[in-house]
Design a protein around this ligand. Sequence first.
Ligand SMILES: [Zn+2]
Length: 200
Amino acid sequence: MGGIGSGRRSQIGKDTTSDYLSLDVRRLQRDGLLTPVRSFSWNWSRNSRIEASIQIRIEADRAILNYRYRRGGNWRPEEYPVLLDRTGCNFGGQRAWFRCPARDCGRRAAVIYLGGSGIFACRQCYQLVYACQRESKDYRALRRADRIRERLGWGAGIANAEGGKPKGMHWRTLDRLMVQYEESVGEFLAGTARRFGLPE
Ligand SMILES: [Zn+2]
């Protein structure tokens, strides 16, 4: 069973997305891990050292998360389902989504975060803001992603849904922007995971 909780503290002031462990359903989908029934460990590493890990079991329409979370010196086991949703894609195939497991939420989210409650939930539930005060490499990647979203008329926020092709845009342009977008999002998320456990 995986363990999480190396005494990480969030920054003073508003929490930011980069203070949290994040789990990206698109990454799981890209890696071909969303086919039922399948169990695997998901790790967050830094300098080739595993900082945190959870067990994930994929069933037909849900992912069961299983891990231990440390709070007040005690390791508490957590096991709960996160529903999976699938929507058609403009580019063919299907897109997977998490349904936020927080009570009374159920929002569709590409990324869920592990915040202070010890449970993964969507960005809105944790009222996360992006780390705009930090001109880090990761944040520049995030802003690059947002600028592409704006160009595509999708609105800012990589946790939000991807839209379709804007009227009048060439497919080739769209393809190029999509590649840049995926790269930027990937860079941001990799940086987020790398920073886990590191005081800044
Ligand atoms: Zn939520």
